[in-house]
Design a protein around this ligand. Structure first.
Ligand code: XMP
Length: 335
């Protein structure tokens, strides 16, 4: 029968069989999908696996520190933190097209992993495999492989961008037939802590696809500040609902929530002074698998608090708008 424990056992066995005596790099973002693959890999092949976290500089406030903390203190795995911020900033300089951003980021991920693999190989056994937390919806929306190439690309998920010349790995993707809610169950069966299992999804390209137009240090700083407030307030809102209902993703609680920075300015007033500054867009949705989503019908007091805090606390922002579009016809992310 198909209990989660059975699925864990079967996946562990599959990984052992595929890897044999070889070595594996795990593409670790710290999100639920790659963390579940890390836990499976740790069980299956232990220190034949090295978890590699690429910091591309477009992560949320405090995120790199938290990922490093969890994977060096709470997991018994080999962990490498790659500081690639400068390389990504240079590659993305002036790039505005969403698919081009995604391609650049995804391609550079492969190069970063391959560089680590080559370093690990020196003097040791070759690193043949790359494991990653690709899930079924990633494949569908990228219109990628396995669907026979018939589906059209909605957006290219970073983990499905083709390898650039000179890079090669055999892929291990134990979750490629799972939906998000199933991955979470698997995570619980593996004993992962709730704060990882229930982390909201975060796209591999990170804040780059939530900054419309070119990425810059100034925009990143604004978005990180606004996003931290959105998460703080809606984490607390979700927790209140959870305390009342005992359900993690109850009707009306949010599944994913974040801030988006459009490439426009608007006029405002502060004291007697005119401001000409940036609006921030709040995005919050209810969903179970990200294939479809409804905009969250948040209470006005929660919206008011988020708006008030963002304009008070984040320099350079004078306006907050709320995205009231469902998926379809919109997507969850703006790019
Ligand atoms: P959209 O915007 O297509 O997003 O409605 C669906 C879900 O996928 C996440 N997303 C990504 N996740 N790599 C990822 O790992 C990506 O390139 C990527 N793009 C979107 C998005 O946050 C949402 O949960």
């Amino acid at each position: 029968d198909w209990t989660m424990e059975n699925i864990v056992d079967r996946k562990v066995e599959e990984i052992c069989k595929k890897v044999g005596e070889d070595r594996v790099i795990l593409a670790l973002s710290g999100g639920v999908d790659s963390s579940v693959v890390a836990a499976l890999g740790a069980r299956a092949i232990g220190r034949q696996m090295t978890c590699v976290f690429i910091n591309h500089g477009m992560l949320r406030a405090n995120e790199p520190e938290q990922v490093e903390e969890v994977f060096t203190k709470q997991f018994d795995v080999d962990f490498i933190h790659v500081h690639a911020e400068g390389r990504y900033a240079a590659l993305l300089d002036g790039v505005t097209d969403p698919e081009q951003k995604r391609r650049i980021i995804g391609t550079q991920f492969w190069k970063e992993f391959f560089a680590v693999a080559q370093q690990l190989e020196e003097g040791g056994r070759p690193v043949k495999f790359l494991a990653q937390g690709t899930i079924y919806p990633d494949i569908i929306e990228s219109g990628a492989r396995k669907t026979g190439g018939k589906a059209s690309t909605i957006k290219s998920h970073h983990n499905l961008i083709p390898f650039p010349e000179g890079v090669s790995f055999d892929l291990i993707e134990p979750l490629d037939h799972f939906f998000k809610d199933e991955v979470r169950e698997l995570g619980l069966a593996l004993g992962l802590p709730a704060h990882i299992v229930y982390r909201q999804p975060f796209p591999g390209p990170g804040l780059a696809i939530r900054i419309i137009g070119a990425v810059s240090p100034e925009k990143l700083q604004i978005l990180k500040g606004a996003d931290a407030i959105v998460r703080e307030e809606l984490d607390a809102y979700n927790q209140r609902l959870f305390d009342q209902t005992g359900e993690r993703n109850s009707e009306h609680s949010c599944w994913q929530y974040f801030a988006v920075l459009p490439d426009i300015r608007s006029v405002g007033v502060m004291g007697d002074e005119r401001t000409y500054a940036r609006p921030v867009i709040l995005r919050a949705v209810e969903s179970s698998d990200a294939m479809t989503a409804d905009w969250a019908k948040l209470p006005y007091d929660v919206l008011a608090r988020i708006s008030g805090r963002i304009v008070d606390e984040v320099p350079g922002v004078n306006r907050v708008a709320y995205d009231i579009t469902s998926k379809p016809p919109a997507t969850i992310e703006w790019e």
